[in-house]
Design a protein around this ligand. Structure first.
Ligand code: NAD
Length: 340
C-alpha cells in the first residue's frame, strides 16, 4: 500500500518530533518540513535529510546559507495528502485557508482553539470519531495527559468528577525569551484554568475543574489529580486499571522529581530523551471512599507526538481499530523500551 504523504508545517519543538515520528512509521512518509528562516533548526533538518520548504521570498536566503530549499510551502502542500500544522498558536488558524485552497486534510495542535477543526483528538478517548475526518485538532500536552487518565478510569469505573492542579513548566528549554526565572505565577488568577474546558472538548460528559501555576523549570509538568468515581475501588484496583493503558508508565525506584525522570530517559538513550507516556507515581495513589488522588508528570515536548501519528492514521483510514494504531505507533517509537 502506498504511504500517506505528510507535510510538516512548522519545524520547532513539536514539528521536529512529529517529523521524526512519521519517519519511524511504515505507513506514512514526510514530504518535507517548513522553516521560515535558515536558522539552526533548519540546519538540523537539512542535516537529517528532510526536504525544507520555505516562503517564496526566502528561497534565496536558504540557498545562501548552504541549505537550498526544495520549494515553497505552497508547493510542499500540493505534493501532500495531509498537513500537520506545528506552527506557534494562532499562526495555524491563519494557515487554514492555505490548506483549504489545496483541499488538504489538516491537523492542528493545542495552541489553536477547538473551533478550528470542531473536533479535538486524544487517541485513548475518541480515535473512532476521527476516522476519515478532514480536519482535527490534537489537544495540548496538559490536556492529553489529563484525557489519557480520565478516559482510562471512566471506561473502568465511571468518572463522576475531576479536580486537578497543574504545576506547569514555564517554557521549553530552547526558549530564551520568556520566564519566569524566580517566581511562581498564577496561570491564570481567574479560575478555572483553560485545561478543564479543554478536556471537555474531547470528553464533553466529564465534570472537571482545573487550576494551574507556572513554575521556573523547562522540562515536564506535574499534575495533582483528584477523581470521584461511580464504583468502589482500592488503590490496587486503580493501579491495575492504569497499568492496562500502554501510554501510562509507573515511576518508582526512588524517583521523586521530574529531573530524575529526564535523567533516566537520557541514560537509556531515548530519542531527545522524550517521555511519550504519562508518568504516574503508583505510591501516590490515595483512595478515600469513591475518590482518589495521585501525582503524574507530563513531558510537554513529547506527550502529544504519538497522538499526532494516531490522528494521521485515523484520518487517512489506515487503521480503523484505535487500539491497533496505538500499538503500532508505540512499537515504532519504542515506548516499551524503558526499564523503570
Ligand atoms: P515552536 O515555536 O517551537 O515551533 C514553531 C515553528 O513554526 C518554529 O520553527 C517557527 O519558525 C515556525 N513558524 C512560525 N511561523 C510559521 C509559518 N507561518 N509557517 C511555517 N512555519 C512557521 O512552537 P511549538 O512549541 O512547537 O508549538 C507548536 C504548536 O504545538 C502550538 O500550537 C503549541 O501550543 C503546541 N504544543 C506545544 C507544546 C510544547 O510544549 N512546546 C506541547 C504541546 C502542544
Amino acid at each position: 500500500m502506498a504511504k500517506v504523504k505528510i507535510a510538516v508545517n512548522g519545524y520547532g519543538t513539536i514539528g521536529k518530533r512529529v517529523a521524526d515520528a512519521i519517519r519511524a512509521q511504515d505507513d506514512m512518509e514526510v514530504v518535507g518540513v517548513s522553516k521560515t528562516k535558515p536558522n539552526y533548526e533548519a540546519q538540523v533538518a537539512h542535516y537529517l535529510g528532510y526536504d525544507i520548504y520555505c516562503p517564496a521570498e526566502n528561497i534565496g536566503a536558504f540557498e545562501k546559507a548552504g541549505m537550498p530549499a526544495a520549494g515553497t510551502i505552497e508547493e510542499m502542500l500540493e505534493k501532500s495528502d495531509l498537513v500537520v500544522d506545528c506552527t506557534p498558536g494562532g499562526i495555524g488558524e491563519k494557515n487554514k485557508p492555505l490548506y483549504e485552497k489545496v483541499g488538504l486534510k489538516a491537523i492542528w495542535q493545542g495552541g489553536e482553539s477547538h473551533p478550528i477543526a470542531g473536533f479535538s483528538f486524544n487517541a485513548a478517548s475518541n480515535y473512532q470519531q476521527a476516522i476519515g475526518r478532514d480536519i482535527v485538532r490534537v489537544v495540548s500536552c496538559n490536556t492529553t495527559g489529563l484525557c489519557r487518565v480520565i478516559s482510562t478510569i471512566d471506561k473502568a469505573l465511571g468518572v463522576n468528577k475531576v479536580r486537578a492542579s497543574l504545576a506547569r513548566r514555564a517554557v521549553d528549554p530552547n526558549n530564551i525569551k520568556k520566564g519566569p526565572v524566580d517566581a511562581i505565577v498564577l496561570d491564570p488568577v481567574k479560575l478555572p484554568s483553560h485545561h478543564g474546558p479543554d478536556v471537555r472538548s474531547v470528553l464533553p460528559h466529564i465534570n472537571i475543574t482545573t487550576a494551574a501555576l507556572k513554575v521556573p523549570t523547562t522540562e515536564m509538568h506535574i499534575h495533582i489529580v483528584n477523581m470521584q468515581v461511580d464504583k468502589d475501588c482500592t488503590a490496587e484496583d486503580i493501579k491495575k486499571i492504569f497499568s492496562s493503558e500502554s501510554r501510562i508508565r509507573f515511576v518508582g525506584n526512588g524517583i521523586t522529581a521530574t529531573s530524575e525522570i529526564m535523567e533516566t530517559t537520557r541514560d537509556v538513550k531515548r530519542s531527545r530523551s522524550d517521555v511519550w507516556e504519562n508518568c504516574i507515581w503508583p505510591e501516590s495513589i490515595a483512595v478515600s471512599d469513591r475518590e482518589f488522588t495521585f501525582f503524574q508528570a507530563i513531558h510537554q515536548e513529547a506527550v502529544t507526538i504519538p497522538e499526532n501519528i494516531d490522528a494521521i492514521r485515523a484520518m487517512a483510514e489506515l487503521e480503523t481499530d484505535g487500539a491497533k494504531s496505538i500499538e503500532k505507533t508505540n512499537k515504532a517509537l519504542g515506548l516499551s523500551n524503558w526499564p523503570l
